[in-house]
Write a protein that binds this ligand. Structure first.
Ligand SMILES: Cc1cc2nc3c(=O)[nH]c(=O)nc-3n(C[C@H](O)[C@H](O)[C@H](O)COP(=O)(O)OP(=O)(O)OC[C@H]3O[C@@H](n4cnc5c(N)ncnc54)[C@H](O)[C@@H]3O)c2cc1C
Length: 169
């Protein structure tokens, strides 16, 4: 089973490591010229920390980040809508996105990473494989495709149709 992961952000690299650890063949295709995370910080909750621990990364993430045990959601005016307290085997950790991405990249086989590959479309073949088309002109065949290509996902659009994100205040 050879699997194509579209998008080399936090989700795409995480999916790749999980497949690698279970012995699947996979490739990760990223549209950008390099595998790099931009943006500020991210809170990794205890369930996410369990995943990172299974990759042997929990200690590094705790060391590079900051542990927190209460999580609040406030309205724009500052009114608290909800708060949660964590008391699990592993803590919740707030960390720079680039530090998390870098740690994940250290665990994935580099031969499976392809940059400058923007997916522009895909279709099912008669033999039930997936034919991927990239903007660089390449066409590749895989057994399955995982869409980890973000909020404007090209993969998702084809499965559930086009829809715009809705601002919920
Ligand atoms: C302000 C803010 C705060 C947040 N805080 C948290 C938090 O504290 N904790 C938390 O868990 N989540 C948080 N989130 C949500 C979290 O950021 C996202 O769920 C997460 O970053 C999504 O990661 P991803 O890898 O799925 O997508 P992305 O990070 O968007 O990565 C998608 C990747 O796919 C690539 N790509 C896109 N299209 C294509 C294509 N056609 N072909 C090839 N590559 C493509 C992109 O270049 C990119 O590298 C927050 C979100 C926001 C906006």
């Amino acid at each position: 089973m050879k699997i194509a992961i579209i998008g080399g952000g936090i989700a795409g690299i995480t999916a790749g490591i999980a497949l690698q650890n279970r012995g699947f063949e996979f490739d990760v295709f990223e549209q950008a010229p390099e595998f790099k995370e931009i943006g500020a910080i991210l809170g990794v909750l205890p369930n996410g920390m369990e995943v990172l621990d299974s990759f042997g990364l929990a200690d590094e993430i705790i060391e590079k980040g900051g542990v927190f045990n209460e999580f609040r959601v406030n309205s724009p005016s500052g009114k608290m809508i909800r708060n949660s307290f964590f008391n699990y085997r592993l803590p919740a950790v707030i960390i720079r996105r680039s530090d998390l991405h870098f740690a994940l990249l250290s665990k994935i086989q580099k031969s499976s990473l392809f940059s400058n590959y923007q997916l522009v479309g895909y279709e099912l073949t008669e033999s039930k494989k997936v034919l991927l088309s990239f903007s660089n002109g390449e066409k590749l065949i895989y057994d399955a495709i995982i869409g980890a290509d973000g909020i404007h996902s090209t993969v998702r659009k084809k499965i559930v149709g086009d829809s715009k994100p809705i601002y919920r205040g």
